[in-house]
Design a binder for this molecule. Structure first.
Ligand code: AP5
Ligand code: MG
Length: 176
């Protein structure tokens, strides 16, 4: 089982690199952001709730997010492993993921931390906002997302260093 946490600030390339890793290793991909955007598109109750957080650049509450993650994980059959993109984002989420995997006799193989300078993140996301129309890719919301990343998500670096699975990756240069 190859279980990877792909980690980094908004715009660091988690989704982009996940696609490549999935193509190479044939593992499943969970992007919690994509799951939530799918719910918004489908107009579900969960989507309505998620939208109110995403549009403000805030995190969906842990308890709800952990339930969603568990149900996606359960939907994978005969999996060779999973790349977790956008989850965990808080210490309680990281602890829940560890427990969930342990219950399945698994663990996290590696956590890949994509490091990209803030100016470059802003440039990438504003550019994407023009093309993709993602509602949270505007300057004001990007700034909020970056703040949330620094205060609530960045502490996971120390969590995974303690776990012994932390790996720094330079997230700039060509996508290859
Ligand atoms: P989510 O969808 O996870 O967004 P994010 O973390 O803000 O990250 P992005 O998807 O914007 O960036 P990315 O790192 O995937 O980069 P990408 O490859 O796209 O979450 C959205 C929201 O959902 C959150 O704010 C929160 O509200 C909610 N949410 C999600 N998960 C949650 C959780 N676990 N708990 C609570 N709430 C949660 O690349 C970005 C751009 O850069 C692209 O245009 C790409 O083409 C380009 N690019 C990539 N690599 C390069 C490169 N090397 N050079 C130049 N350009 C590049
Ligand atoms: Mg993404």
């Amino acid at each position: 089982m190859l279980n990877i946490v792909i980690f980094g600030a908004p715009g660091s390339g988690k989704g982009t690199q996940s696609e490549r890793i999935v193509a190479k290793y044939g593992i499943n991909h969970i992007s919690t952001g994509d799951v939530l955007r799918g719910e918004i598109k489908g107009g579900t109750e969960l989507g309505k709730l998620a939208k109110s957080y995403i549009d403000e650049g805030q995190l969906i509450p842990d308890e709800l997010m952990i339930k969603i993650l568990a149900s996606v994980l359960d939907s994978f059959k005969d999996s060779k492993g999973v790349i977790f993109d956008g989850f965990p984002r808080t210490i309680p989420q990281a602890e829940a993921l560890k427990k969930m995997l342990k219950e399945r006799d698994q663990d996290i193989t590696v956590m890949l931390d994509l490091e990209v300078p803030e100016e470059e993140l802003m440039t990438r996301l504003i550019l994407r906002g023009k093309e993709s129309g993602r509602a949270d890719d505007n300057e004001e919301t990007i700034k909020k997302r970056l703040l949330v990343y620094h205060t609530q998500t960045a502490p996971l670096v120390d969590f995974y260093k303690t776990e012994g699975t932390y790996q720094y990756i330079k997230g700039i240069g060509t996508i290859d």
